[in-house]
Design a protein around this ligand. Structure first.
Ligand SMILES: C[S@@+](CC[C@H](N)C(=O)[O-])C[C@H]1O[C@@H](n2cnc3c(N)ncnc32)[C@H](O)[C@@H]1O
Length: 327
């Protein structure tokens, strides 16, 4: 997954003002905090603009890739869904809206809830390079989403990498509030850790109880049979990204868990591939979540069409594939 060329250019321009050494130091502090699973500081996520620069260099490309992959999946499950409005809750530097307009260029109205002024300013800096775009007209609101809040409902509502930043007691109420604000589809993305997945399972139950239809990744609305359902997206690293991380590899793999629900049912899926397929000589082993539970399936060369499909399906994809109905 590549960042959109516009976002890549905006990110490069916003980061070049920072000396590589201070950026690299800030990135290493931030990544140590992430690795330690440290809770964000109370009162705000960042303490300075340099913290946000580090976030933009180190995390934004990865969260963008995860969110963009989820949006693509939702667009194939909800083919008639054409959101015109987006509400991004816990927006950070506005990552979600950049990915959303790639999948749904019809979006014409964007509202972002973000209480951290450094994050919001950075988000506005990024969009300022495109003064004519819908992104630069986005409305930023400095709201604490852990307390009650109110907005008008929107077609697409997203909370990405944010549930884990709230006190545990505020997470389920936030999920209900998100659903109240959803006209079309609600998407929640979390890091692909066991803790991130547990938050997705919590959100899933809250939303099922509220009558939401699960669109992805689940092929059913029954109790989740998995103990750790997560996916992975490969992210291309830009030059600035590599320098800031002191990394040599041209890519990294972002693990994430997610849930997409809707007011209307999506196209049903036969089975979700929940691990990297193991491709052997003349056979492919697949771990699948299906409407009847988790199964291991071995597809052999004898089943020609099925084998061809199994060789091409990726972790996170659907198996066996169903033809996508027209919009
Ligand atoms: C890890 S960042 C994710 C940003 C963005 N959604 C993304 O996926 O890249 C989480 C964001 O949620 C914001 N946040 C955390 N708690 C919040 C709260 N109680 N009210 C508003 N924003 C909050 C933080 O300031 C931070 O910008």
């Amino acid at each position: 997954m590549e960042l959109s060329p516009q976002l890549l250019s905006a990110l490069d321009r916003s980061l070049t003002a920072w000396p590589t050494k201070s950026l690299a130091r800030a990135v290493s502090t931030l990544s140590a905090r992430y690795r330690a699973g440290e809770a964000p500081r109370t009162g705000g996520f960042t303490e300075s603009t340099l913290d946000v620069a580090a976030y933009a260099a180190y995390r934004l490309p990865a969260t963008y890739a995860a969110i963009a992959a989820v949006f693509e999946e939702v667009s194939t499950r909800l083919t008639g869904f054409v959101p015109r409005s987006l509400l991004d809750v816990g927006a950070g530097p506005g990552t979600t809206m950049w990915a959303a307009i790639q999948t749904w260029p019809q979006i014409e109205e964007i509202t972002l809830l973000e209480r951290d002024p450094h994050m919001a300013s950075w988000g506005q800096l990024l969009t300022s390079y495109y003064p004519e775009s819908v992104l630069s007209k986005a409305r930023w609101r400095p709201i604490d989403i852990a307390s009650p809040w109110q907005e008008s409902p929107r077609d697409l509502v997203v909370a990405s990498y944010v549930l884990g930043e709230l006190p545990e007691s505020r997470r389920a109420p936030l999920v209900s509030t998100l659903w109240k604000h959803t006209v079309g589809s609600l998407i929640v993305v979390e890091p692909g850790t066991p803790e991130g997945f547990r938050r997705i399972v919590m959100a899933r139950q809250v939303l099922i109880d509220l009558g939401a239809s699960l669109v992805a990744p689940c092929p059913h609305q029954a109790k989740c049979p998995s103990d750790w359902c997560h996916f992975s997206e490969r992210v291309a690293r830009s030059r600035v990204h590599r320098q800031a991380k002191g990394a040599t590899l041209a890519y990294e793999d972002e693990k994430f868990s997610y849930l997409a629900v809707s007011r209307t049912p999506g196209h049903p899926i036969t089975g979700r591939v929940i691990r990297h397929p193991e491709i052997g000589k003349g056979h492919v082993n697949l771990s699948l979540c299906t409407p009847t539970g988790l199964i291991q399936e071995t597809v052999t060369r004898k089943e020609r069409e099925r084998f061809r499909a199994a060789r091409h399906v990726a972790w996170g994809g659907e198996f066996p594939p169903t033809p996508t109905p027209p919009a």
